[in-house]
Write a protein that binds this ligand. Structure first.
Ligand code: SF4
Length: 375
């Protein structure tokens, strides 16, 4: 597919109307009031896959705890994961921690303004590169996230598989054509804001859109059908048996949790002691838990939850049990008072299982209780 091109006059007019709209319609988000590249970088990482209003309290708490890359780099990654609890998509946090350490080691603790240096940091892809450098340093680099891809697909009525490489190339090319040599940060934020607040997935508010007269999808009546829905990713199914071991502690009821190894799926997150068993949709038995030295209560039926990842789907059957999980089961084993569960970086499946059992103190986060992708 050849990338759509915009005529120079068209580009200027589109930029101007977008800038004028952003000036009057933008939300007063706290990271828009700073030029501190570290604060902007943190906001951009948190905003990937998470809504702005949910991010605000996390962003504030994060910068209080880690006001500079050096402050983050000096702490173990586990401290960051616990502060991230509830935001999900923890790989972002692990990459940010690794990047902060690199910034300290290689760039004397300062966020590098050079595109080559910034792009070499862990977790920095083309989107993060463009967003952080354009907003913090006004470097004329484009951005393309889900919101921008939707707006641009509609602007030129691009009817193509959104996951295809050729489509991605075409959209990056359009974003590149539109980004101005000065004011790139404001332009990129305006594009993202338009996608988040006006050109929304199901019911775009074309009547208040600054591009309503130049948008090809609107002209063709395709604004609600473009971009085309992406084909669903095939998932493998997995069945796990878990134990809910609740016991009294000096701080009230407490639950045994196991921290997963830092590398791999749900790395560094806390979960209930569990084992994977062969997929059997017809029956579930607590016997595998005995191999962990636990005593499941076979008379009380388990409670089961489903959890979807990008490429896999878990069915987790949780039994009430007694005992202490063995230390080798994960990177760490802890007896966590239920009153502290909101401060712990729980995996999505563990949180759902705790909620399914009505464990007091399990935080009711956005997304808990329904399928959510984390890795
Ligand atoms: S006119 Fe409608 S579909 Fe086109 S960019 Fe604006 S909000 Fe989106």
């Amino acid at each position: 597919m050849s990338a759509p091109t915009l005529a120079p006059g068209e580009i200027d007019a589109a930029r101007e109307s977008l800038a004028a709209w952003f000036e009057r319609a933008q939300r007063p988000l706290p990271w828009r009031a700073t030029r501190d590249p570290w604060a902007i970088w943190v906001s951009e990482i948190m905003l990937q896959q998470t809504r702005a209003d949910s991010v605000i309290p996390y962003w504030r708490r994060f910068l209080e705890a880690f006001p500079t890359p050096a402050a983050l780099a000096s702490r173990p990654v586990e401290d960051l994961l616990d502060l991230w609890a509830g935001l999900g998509y923890y790989a972002r946090a692990r990459h940010l921690h690794a990047a902060a350490r690199r910034v300290v080691e290689v760039h004397a603790g300062r966020v590098p303004p050079s595109a080559a240096d910034f792009a070499a940091l862990p977790g920095v892809g083309r989107y993060t590169l463009g967003a952080v450098l354009s907003i913090a340093f006004d470097t004329p680099l484009p951005v393309l996230d889900g919101n921008v891809a939707r707006v641009l697909s509609r602007l030129v009525a691009l009817d193509a598989d959104p996951k295809a490489l050729s489509t991605q190339r075409a959209l990056w090319s359009l974003a590149e054509q539109l980004v101005p040599s000065r004011g790139a940060g404001a332009h990129n934020q305006a594009l993202m804001e338009l996608g988040a607040t006006v050109c929304t997935p199901r019911q775009p508010a074309c009547l208040v859109c600054p591009w309503q007269t130049r948008c090809a999808a609107r002209r063709l009546g395709l604004e609600a059908t473009l971009p085309r829905a992406a084909a669903r990713t095939a998932q493998t199914r997995h069945t796990l048996v878990a134990a809910l071991c609740l016991e009294d502690s000096p701080e009230g009821p407490a639950v045994w949790l196991v921290r997963r190894p830092l590398e791999g799926l749900l790395g560094g997150l806390w979960e209930l002691p569990c084992v994977e068993v062969p997929v059997d949709p017809g029956a579930t038995s607590p016997d595998p838990l005995r191999a962990l030295g636990l005593e499941p209560d076979a008379d009380t039926p388990p409670r089961s939850i489903e959890h979807a990842f990008t490429h896999r789907r878990w069915t987790l059957h949780t039994w009430r049990a007694r005992g202490v999980p063995p230390a080798h089961l994960g990177a760490e084993v802890a007896h966590v008072p239920c009153a502290h569960l909101a401060q712990v970086a729980l995996s999505g499946p563990a949180l759902k299982a705790l909620l399914a059992w009505g464990v007091e103190g399990a935080p009711r986060r956005r997304g808990a209780g329904r399928a959510r992708r984390e890795g």
